[in-house]
Design a protein around this ligand. Structure first.
Ligand SMILES: *[C@@H]1O[C@H](CO)[C@@H](O)[C@H](O)[C@H]1NC(C)=O
Ligand SMILES: *[C@@H]1O[C@H](CO)[C@@H](O)[C@H](O)[C@H]1NC(C)=O
Length: 212
């Protein structure tokens, strides 16, 4: 009887002490504070599974904190004032795994799509997206092309036709239509999916409270 009792008490205790030592020796002092310390690595898995989103609510007293899981660190940003500072470091911090999961849940991205979004490599989608889009959309010739295309569309005859069309309901509808077409056209170019009225209708259906 005694040995079983000893095992039941001592084993978790020893595991906890050992895992805490592993955590302490691998956690840098400059990283956000780690949470869930009584049973590092294992405790967070069980509690995240058990509590779901409430797990994150429990640690709201920290502006930012670290959840240590086996092989990964999750830095959770709670304070809104830290978000832009975090977003300025796409090379130090990896957003891809989270993005792939969000895409799967929110927009029903396919497995292949999630794989593309989750690719963390140097020439992966997210890295390239940041580099290309940052340079294209900074002040300069790229942005100028987009801006010119936008104004050409807003002042085009197509826009006037829409104003005079029978289904026209008012100013808000006109502005939504123009902004959606002009921004999507200037970003996507010839392959703009929003040229298709079915895509526009689907978008309005899915996101009615969002401006296009
Ligand atoms: C964390 O977020 C909650 C909800 O937005 C907020 O009430 C709380 O003050 C935040 N905590 C810190 C430390 O910023
Ligand atoms: C943004 O990045 C994507 C992915 O790399 C690229 O296909 C697209 O052309 C870029 N758009 C702009 C405006 O640079």
């Amino acid at each position: 009887m005694l040995p079983i009792l000893v095992i039941c008490v001592l084993l978790p205790l020893a595991a906890s002490v050992f895992l805490r030592m592993v955590l302490d020796s691998t956690q840098d002092g400059q990283e956000p504070p780690p949470v869930d310390l009584p049973m590092p690595f294992i405790g967070p898995i069980i509690r995240m599974w058990w509590m779901g989103f409430d797990y994150y609510r429990k640690h709201r007293q920290f502006p930012i904190y670290t959840i240590r899981l086996p092989g990964i660190r999750l830095y959770v940003v709670n304070s809104t004032s830290l978000i832009s500072a975090v977003q300025h470091h796409p090379r130090t911090l990896s957003f891809s795994p989270i993005l792939a999961r969000v895409a799967a849940t929110l927009i029903g991205a396919s497995d292949a799509g999630c794989e593309v979004l989750g690719d963390d490599a140097e020439n992966g989608f997210i890295r390239r997206f940041h580099d290309f889009n940052h340079s294209s959309l900074s002040t300069g010739p790229g942005l100028e092309v987009i801006r010119t295309r936008f104004w050409n569309l807003v002042t085009s005859s197509h826009s006037r036709q829409f104003l005079e069309s029978p289904g026209f309901t008012g100013m808000y509808q006109w502005i939504s239509h123009e902004v959606m077409l002009a921004t999507s056209e200037s970003m996507y170019g010839a392959q703009n999916p929003f040229r298709d009225s079915a895509t526009r209708a689907a978008w309005q259906f899915v996101e009615p409270p969002l401006p296009p």
